[in-house]
Structure formats: structure tokens, C-alpha cells
Design a protein around this ligand. Structure first.
Ligand code: GTP
Ligand code: MG
Length: 438
């Protein structure tokens, strides 16, 4: 085909495509957003603080709703965790919110073990997630993630310092959960006292090495606000669901004879700051930190405990398969060793029993021989006795015959002549001598 023909052909065949819309991979974030929105979110808050410190009121105020709550009694024998899950919706975003209350915290006389049920609860949630991850058929897509994303630690507004229970509990929790300390019922403490109290709390946390959650400053969009807010920690909050008329507006507040404490007034308390930080700005970071820091640590420790390692003793990469093979070999070796040990033990036991039986047999045999000897001796004695008795019997019979003969002769003699008397007397004397002899 000549060059001019080719040109003409390509001009005729060319299709003009008009674009239906914007084309490009910059729509990827939108795809992620729409996928996440469809999937919904879960957020889990753990409230730790003394009974009646204002946990439920604050939750109700934060989410502007009334969650089902019942007052905890002061007579719980131990701390107990009570999770409650609610399905919330804001525009088209679904949130599965779980609020976990540490019921009875601080009510026991001996508070040494108060932190333990809380740590165990957090670990159980991590364990459940790990088990789901390790399943052959995982369904993390619709798995209800119950891992605690944030722990709101309610500090009693004493104005003095932290209690040792607070320090111990926060220290035990800081590697497992994001802790945000808050001073509860902050309306009960004056402004100057509050300032000093906050400084005191922060210095005590630092000196005791308690790591609280720091709002992230690596994302430019929120770096400024987060660093400002970090300086306001711990937040001093007031909770109330009561609405009070201030000016011509209804606001959530606590009304006292001497005035009104407005929950959402930043010059009255830090409630708005807490809400901003917790819900609007850092909710996703709290979820992420939970997964990448706390859960990761739990997972690593757990897998190491189970014997899994990333590297071998020579620091060479060591795959899961290799670990499995090594563990299997170790296990089989151990099994064989145990089997051999059991076998040896069995043989020894049999030998021992055999020896014991032989000893018993020997003893029995000796006893039998002894008895046999006694029996023979007895038999011999009885024989002798029998013989003696027989001899005595024979002698007796002989005497008896002699006496009878004598008697019959004396009878005859009385009836015959006296001539014969001498003859018979002789015979009689011979019989008598016979009787004497015997
Ligand atoms: P339990 O669940 O029983 O441990 O109690 P809780 O910690 O959930 O406390 P709750 O929210 O039930 O509040 C206990 C009492 O404290 C109620 O009378 C509240 O009105 C009051 N209260 C709650 N928040 C505040 C606050 O910020 N300031 C003051 N002064 N009182 C508050
Ligand atoms: Mg409550």
C-alpha cells in the first residue's frame, strides 16, 4: 500500500472518543471512602474511674444521646468489665460504638488487683482478633473488632495529686491501650487550683514513666491543633445532659444556686476540646495506633511466646514454614524421648515387680517348708503315741483274758473236789504271776 493510501485510510477509520468524565487514579481515595462508608466503623471506649465519677454522664454528653445505664453499687467484690454496644448513625456513616465500664473500680478495700480484670479484658479482645487472623478462613472484613481504641481515665478532682491506684493502673495499661486522662467533675475545682492540679498530674505521670496518648503531630493538617491540645492534657471536663436557658439559647449545662456551668463553653471546661480530639480529629488515629502499636506488640509477644521468630540464631531470615518444621521436629524428638522414658520406666517397674514377686515366692516356699517340718514332727509324735497306746491296749487285753480265765477256774474249783485244789492253786499262782508281770 502506498503512503498516501495509508494516510487516507487512517483518516477515515479514526474514531473520535469523547470522555465521559474525569479519568485518573486520583479517584482512589474516593473509592476508599465509599468502601469504608459502606463497611461502617467500630469504635470502642473504655471508661475507667471510680463509681459515680461521672462516666455515664460524660458518654451521654459526648454522643448527645442517652445510653442505657444503671448506677453501679459500691459493694462489688472485684472490678468487673461491662461492655455495651450501640449502633449509631450520623448522615450516612454507621458507627458501632462499644462503651466498656470498669464497674466497681476503686471500691474494694484491697485495691492491689484492681487493674488485673481491665488488663485481662483488653488482652482478651486482642486475643480474639489474633485468633480470627490466624484462622484459615478469615473474615476480618465483617469481623466485629472489639479491641479497645481509647481508655478515658477519670481522675477524681481532689486538687492534690494522683492516687497510687491511678498511677499503678495507668502504668499497667499504657502499653496496651491509648490512655487519655481526664479530670472529672471539673466544676468542683477552682480555675487556679485546676491549673496547678493539671501540672501536678502531668509531672507525676512523667516521673512514674506512664505513657499517655499524645495527639499526633506528624500530619500537617492537624499538627498545629494537636500540639496545642497536647499542652492542655489532662482535659478537665464537666458532663451534663440537662439543658439550661442561657440568654435566648438552650445549652447543656449544670445549674447551681450561684451560677451555670456550661458544658460546651471553653472558658468553663475542656469538654469541647475532648470531643474535638476524640471524635472529630483523632478517632482514626486512635484506631490506627491500637492496631499498629498496641495490637502489634501483643501479637509479637504472643507469637514469640508460641516459639515463632523472624530470624534464626544466626540472624538469618526464618520463615513461618521453617519455624513450623523446626518446632515439629523438636516436638517429635521430645515425644520420642518421652516415649523411651516411659518404656524404660515400664520395664523398670516390671523388673521391680518381678523381683518383689520372686521374693514373695521364696518367703512362701520357706514358710511352706517350715510348716511341712512342723507337720512331720507332729505326725511322728502322734505315731509314737499311737504305738504306745496300742501296746497299752494289748497288755490290757492280756490282763483281761488272764483275769477272766482266773475267774472261771475259781468258779469251777468251788463246784469240784478238794483234791484238785492244790493243782488249781498252782495254776492260779501261775496266772497271778502272769498278771503281775504285766
Ligand atoms: P457509675 O456508673 O455508677 O459508676 O457512675 P458514673 O461514673 O457513670 O457516674 P454518673 O454519670 O452516673 O454520675 C454520677 C453523679 O455525678 C450524677 O449525680 C451526675 O449528675 C453527677 N455528675 C456527672 N457529671 C458531673 C460533673 O461533671 N460535675 C458534677 N458536679 N457532677 C457530675
Ligand atoms: Mg455509669
Amino acid at each position: 500500500m502506498a503512503a498516501t493510501d495509508l494516510e487516507r485510510f487512517s483518516n477515515e477509520e479514526k474514531r473520535n472518543l469523547s470522555l465521559g468524565g474525569h479519568v485518573g487514579f486520583d479517584s482512589l481515595p474516593d473509592q476508599l471512602v465509599s468502601k469504608s462508608v459502606t463497611q461502617g466503623f467500630s469504635f470502642n471506649i473504655l471508661c475507667v474511674g471510680e463509681t459515680g465519677i461521672g462516666k455515664s454522664t460524660l458518654m451521654n454528653t459526648l454522643f448527645n444521646t442517652t445510653f442505657e445505664t444503671e448506677e453501679a453499687s459500691h459493694y462489688e467484690s472485684a472490678v468487673r468489665l461491662r461492655p455495651r454496644t450501640y449502633d449509631l448513625q450520623e448522615s450516612n456513616v454507621h458507627l458501632k460504638l462499644t462503651i466498656v465500664d470498669a464497674v466497681g473500680f476503686g471500691d474494694q478495700i484491697n485495691k492491689d488487683e484492681s487493674y488485673r480484670p481491665i488488663v485481662e479484658y483488653i488482652d482478651t479482645q486482642f486475643e480474639n482478633y489474633l485468633q480470627e487472623e490466624l484462622k484459615i478462613r478469615r473474615s476480618l472484613f465483617n469481623y466485629h473488632d472489639t479491641r479497645i481504641h481509647v481508655c478515658l481515665y477519670f481522675i477524681t478532682p481532689t486538687g492534690h495529686s494522683l492516687k497510687s491506684l491511678d498511677l499503678v493502673t495507668m502504668k499497667k495499661l499504657d502499653s496496651k491501650v491509648n490512655i487519655i486522662p481526664i479530670i472529672a467533675k471539673a466544676d468542683t475545682i477552682s480555675k487556679s487550683e485546676l491549673h496547678k492540679f493539671k501540672i501536678k498530674i502531668m509531672s507525676e505521670l512523667v516521673s512514674n514513666g506512664v505513657q499517655i496518648y499524645q495527639f499526633p503531630t506528624d500530619d500537617e493538617a492537624v499538627a498545629e491543633i494537636n500540639s496545642v491540645m497536647n499542652a492542655h492534657l489532662p482535659f478537665a471536663v464537666v458532663g451534663s445532659t440537662e439543658e439550661v436557658k442561657v440568654g435566648n439559647k438552650l445549652v447543656r449545662a449544670r445549674q447551681y444556686p450561684w451560677g451555670v456551668v456550661q458544658v460546651e463553653n471553653e472558658s468553663h471546661c475542656d469538654f469541647v476540646k475532648l470531643r474535638e480530639m476524640l471524635i472529630r480529629v483523632n478517632m482514626e488515629d486512635l484506631r490506627e495506633q491500637t492496631h499498629t502499636r498496641h495490637y502489634e506488640l501483643y501479637r509479637r509477644c504472643k507469637l514469640e511466646e508460641m516459639g515463632f521468630k523472624d530470624t534464626d540464631p544466626d540472624n538469618q531470615p526464618f520463615s513461618l514454614q521453617e519455624t513450623y518444621e523446626t518446632k515439629r521436629k523438636e516436638f517429635l524428638g521430645e515425644l520420642q524421648r518421652k516415649e523411651e522414658e516411659m518404656r524404660q520406666m515400664f520395664v523398670n517397674k516390671v523388673k521391680e515387680t518381678e523381683a518383689e514377686l520372686k521374693e514373695k515366692e521364696r518367703e512362701l516356699h520357706e514358710k511352706f517348708e517350715h510348716l511341712k517340718r512342723i507337720h512331720q514332727e507332729e505326725k511322728r509324735k502322734v505315731e509314737e503315741k499311737r504305738r504306745e497306746l496300742e501296746e497299752e491296749m494289748n497288755a490290757f487285753n492280756r490282763r483281761k483274758v488272764a483275769v477272766e480265765t482266773l475267774q472261771s477256774q475259781s468258779l469251777q474249783a468251788t463246784s469240784q473236789q478238794p483234791l484238785k485244789k492244790d493243782k488249781d492253786k498252782k495254776k492260779q499262782s501261775s496266772y497271778l504271776s502272769l498278771l503281775h508281770i504285766n
